[in-house]
Design a protein around this ligand. Structure first.
Ligand code: AMP
Length: 913
């Protein structure tokens, strides 16, 4: 499609083509085909040769055109139809042009014109009928490039033809204004050449935007070629007939690339034209990520049917999805954990949620690492993409409250060893991180590392420490500790390895009296042990001396026996207040039993009566299988009598002496266990015996040992001189009790250690023949009784523990009892004796153990004395190294050598210092 533009009307003129006035063109009026008169320019000089007749137009402005078209309509006479014109008649004419800026050129040289073409007639006419002329009208079009001046002139040259110019039309071509792909392309003049294309950039129509630069080419013929690029209607507008029209209400268009306006999605509307998005109905929402084409949605309703299953300190929570999902499929859940006591507070960060606490896609979560026995509230929130848009408070949730179960404590994480000796060590540890309740007990499992767990020992304690005794020197032990609550035992701790010390010090000590050792039984423990005695509910011993009337005390605690029911048989001993007899007691309704009868000899003072009866008042308060049982008293007639159960084997010291070496170690330990049990009972009742010694232990026919003789307890009371009176049992008494009358259960423990020694040595006299002064001095200087012959290492160790200078460091009777129980359960631990180890090397480093010579004891307490008798059996030629090896202490060789002890001889000179 192209347009032809007419150039301004041109009238051919013949008078001014050039200066030649002899131009033969004439302006003639003729009738056209339809008999309408028209004006023509004619020439017809066919008879004369060399015709050159010019006819020129006025100046034609170019008007921006680059190529103009000239359409000439004319008639031409056929030369053949003219008689006698041969040679001179022509049937063509020439078309010329001349470019010029000058619109009124009066004279233009012929040579200034440029020939466009020689124009011939398609059809010529042959005859002239004056009345009815038949003219054949020719139309010829020529185009010419006019680019150099503002306008041009056209000229027609006749060279001897018979022509009539009917019309000359001059025009140029344009590509017309058009809209393609929503871009407007303006009316565009075609290019100068027939093949030239004019590139035209289009501009987007109203309410549209460029998709890609709109371009189109205008061809020389005035036709547009294929458009390139184009525009798209803006959001809110759609294409309608090459224009962009707004979307009407209820429709929207979000993006220019969208094909057209769309109906608003569900639960949304648009009230105005040209909506780019539809607004949600009230109560419906759209998230930032939701496309405008998506329906408006709602937050979910609450999760349903929340179920909790508690498993110790874990909770499994499960629920079903909300009833209404709000038209979305992106529901997720989050858990809120509250720990609720009086107030509910957020749970700590140590609580674990599996698979996660927030953003849950599943409807099940496991919450673990909760505190035991604690109230929790769990809130499950349901959310979706529009929960936030709808406001934070709109989250729907469901909650459940649970109480976790009691759980076993977490493992003990840290165990340390202190006070390591060759046979013992003190273990202490920290409470588990999560006790999960009140810790009732700790259990310590240990074994020799080499033994692995093939055989192990177990100790139990209430405190966070324990003294492990009876260990082998220089041995690595593996310890595990675990705690127990009402929920049971927790896991054992990781293994902790500790090694016992070597025996070098013990060796030195064995050569002398035993020097007081490390602190072992802590004050705290002793105190707590003592505190226990004051606990309410525990029966406490009542001192009969607090009674104003001693007879009242005796009536409160002892049963009056009718003397007629007592049948005395024989005298079995001599007591402090008179004879002790055996006999039989027949109480009505009971079977006859054997009894011991202590009587108060005639002529006694009030004080003696009081002291005598006080023993019954004390004894009457006790009821324990290892405490001598009071059957009753005779106070209503004389002599006054105290009736007790009969102990067939009499006092322990004489009994052992009578049966020297006849018992197994286990039997001896059994006896010691009985005594410890009785003493524990007394200490639990807050009773301090003050005169615990083998002579005050009675033995029955079953070898059961019972503590007796409760008479001394008050004798020393408040007597500042008592410490040095002959009544104090110096050898059995703890230093602090001797020195400042500090009699406590701990001083009874000291005495118990001496009883142990008496028992293991079959009734040997402690410190033999040493006098009391020397004994006190030796003890004060740190010397202790050595192990009796064949004494198990563990027992001597326990004795040494009882003889700790610091009373707080001594074991309690409870601990002693535990220890002995363990020894009885593991008799193997009793097999090793002190002498087994020493005899192989030096035979009897301390021969004074059994029967020391008087001179030795007399001559002093210093170690030199004892050491001087050592090497009698020692093989002199044996090297120091061999000897150390034989007792497993070779690693001290260098230490001894450095100190100048290179031979056994030189070792004999070793002193305590
Ligand atoms: P005592 O006055 O309690 O030291 O008793 C003196 C001695 O009498 C004791 O050493 C025992 O040999 C003996 N004896 C005391 N009580 C009893 C008893 N219940 N059974 C057997 N012998 C006893």
């Amino acid at each position: 499609m192209h347009t032809r533009r007419k150039l301004p009307q041109v009238e051919p003129r013949n008078n001014n083509i050039n200066a030649c006035v002899c131009s033969k063109w004439e302006e003639v009026s003729i009738m056209d085909e339809k008999n309408i008169p028209i004006r023509t320019y004619q020439v017809c000089n066919v008879l004369e040769p060399n015709q050159n007749n010019w006819l020129r137009t006025d100046w034609i402005p170019r008007s921006g055109a680059q190529r103009v078209y000239v359409e000439v309509k004319f008639t031409l006479r056929d030369c053949n139809s003219l008689p006698g014109v041969t040679g001179t008649c022509k049937e063509t004419f020439n078309l010329y042009y001349h470019e010029s800026n000058e619109d009124r050129e009066s004279y233009i040289k012929e040579s200034s014109f440029i020939k466009v073409d020689t124009v011939a007639a398609d059809e010529s006419f042959t005859q002239v009928d004056v009345g009815d002329r038949i003219m054949k009208l020719n139309t010829e079009v020529r185009d010419v490039k006019v680019t150099t001046r503002k306008g041009f002139y056209l000229a027609f040259q006749d060279v001897g033809a018979c022509i009539a110019l009917v019309s000359v039309r001059v025009f140029y071509k344009t590509c017309p204004l058009t809209i393609r792909n929503l871009a407007t392309f303006p009316d565009t003049v075609t290019g100068a050449d027939t093949s030239s294309l004019v590139e035209v950039r289009g501009s987007c129509v109203n309410q549209s935007e460029e998709r890609e630069e709109p371009k189109m080419y205008c061809g020389a013929d005035g036709e547009w070629l294929v458009p390139i690029g184009g525009c798209l209607c803006s959001p809110g507008y759609e294409e309608k007939g090459s224009a962009c029209k707004s979307c009407t209400a209820g429709f929207y268009k979000a993006k220019s690339s969208d094909p057209g306006c769309s109906k608003c999605p569900p639960h949304s509307h648009s009230l105005r034209d040209a909506a780019t998005v539809c607004d949600c109905h009230s109560g419906y929402f759209r998230s930032d990520a939701d496309p405008p084409s998506m329906a408006c949605t709602q937050p979910p309703s609450a999760p349903q049917q929340l179920i909790s299953v508690v498993n110790e300190t874990s909770v499994v929570l499960e629920w079903t999805p909300p009833r209404r999902l709000g038209g979305r499929s992106d529901t997720s859940y989050s858990l809120e954990c509250l720990i609720c006591q009086t107030l509910c507070l957020p749970c700590g960060s140590d609580v674990l949620f599996s698979p996660s606490q927030t953003g849950l896609k599943t409807t099940k979560v496991v919450v673990s690492e909760l505190r035991a026995h604690t109230h929790y509230t769990f809130i499950v929130h349901a959310r979706n993409g529009v929960s936030l848009a709808s406001g934070a408070g709109a989250t729907q949730s469901v909650s459940v409250s649970v109480t976790t179960n009691q759980a076993a404590p977490s493992p003990v994480s840290f165990v340390q060893a202190t006070d390591v000796t060759r046979h013992s060590l003190s273990l202490s540890w920290q409470q588990p991180d999560r006790p999960n309740g009140v810790i009732l007990e700790y259990e310590v499992k240990f074994y020799e590392k080499d033994q692995k767990e093939r055989s192990y020992r177990i100790m139990r304690t209430f405190s966070q420490s324990v003294d492990v005794t009876g260990l082998s020197p220089l041995t690595v032990y593996v310890f595990h500790v675990r705690a127990r609550t009402a929920a049971g035992y927790g896991e054992f701790s990781a293994p902790f390895e500790f090694s016992t010390n070597s025996g070098i010090h013990a060796l030195t000590f064995c050569t002398v009296f035993i020097i007081s050792r490390r602190s072992k039984y802590s004050k705290t423990k002793q105190d707590s042990e003592e505190e226990k005695h004051l606990n309410p509910g525990v029966k406490i011993y009542v001192d009969p001396f607090t009674y104003e009337d001693p007879d009242q005390a005796i009536h409160d605690f002892a049963k009056e026996i009718d003397v007629s029911s007592i049948h005395i048989e024989k005298v079995i001993g001599m007591g402090e207040f008179g004879e002790v007899c055996s006999g039989r007691l027949r109480v009505q309704g009971k079977r006859e039993i054997y009894v011991a009868i202590k009587s108060l000899k005639a002529g006694y003072s009030d004080k003696q009566r009081r002291d005598f009866l006080s023993e019954a008042s004390i004894m009457g308060q006790f009821d324990h299988p290892n405490i001598i049982r009071l059957e009753g008293v005779v106070t209503r007639c004389k002599p006054l009598m105290i009736i007790t159960e009969y102990m067939e084997n009499g006092s322990l010291d004489s009994f052992l002496r009578k049966h020297d070496g006849q018992f197994t170690v286990i039997q001896l330990v059994g006896m010691l266990r009985g005594i410890a049990s009785g003493m524990k009972y007394l200490s639990d009742m807050n009773y301090v015996h003050r005169d615990l010694a083998a002579r005050n232990i009675l033995v029955n026919s079953n070898l059961v040992c019972k503590v007796s003789d409760f008479g001394l307890s008050r004798v020393l009371e408040d007597d500042p001189e008592a410490a040095y009176t002959t009544r104090i049992p110096i050898r059995w008494t703890a230093p602090e009790a001797i020195t400042y009358r500090k009699f406590t259960t701990s001083s009874d423990v000291w005495s118990y250690g001496i009883v142990m020694w008496e028992v293991v040595s079959y009734g040997e006299r402690p410190y033999w023949d040493m006098n009391n002064q020397d004994v006190m001095k030796a003890v004060e200087e740190g010397y202790r009784l050595p192990a009796p012959m064949d004494c198990p290492v563990v027992l001597h160790q326990l004795m040494l523990d009882c003889w700790e200078r610091e009373r707080a460091e001594r074991p309690t009777f409870s601990q002693i009892l535990n220890m002995l129980d363990k020894l009885i359960r593991n008799p193997g631990t009793l097999r090793r004796t002190v002498h087994d180890r020493l005899l192989s090397a030096v035979t009897l480093l301390f021969p004074c153990v059994r029967r020391p010579t008087g001179s030795m004891l007399e001559s002093g307490l210093g170690p030199e004395v004892c050491v001087s008798v050592v090497p009698e059996v020692c093989v002199p030629e044996r090297s120091m190294c061999e000897w150390l090896q034989s007792i497993g202490l070779e690693r001290y060789r260098d230490t001894l050598a450095a100190a100048g002890y290179t031979s056994l001889d030189s070792l004999l000179g070793i002193t305590h210092q």
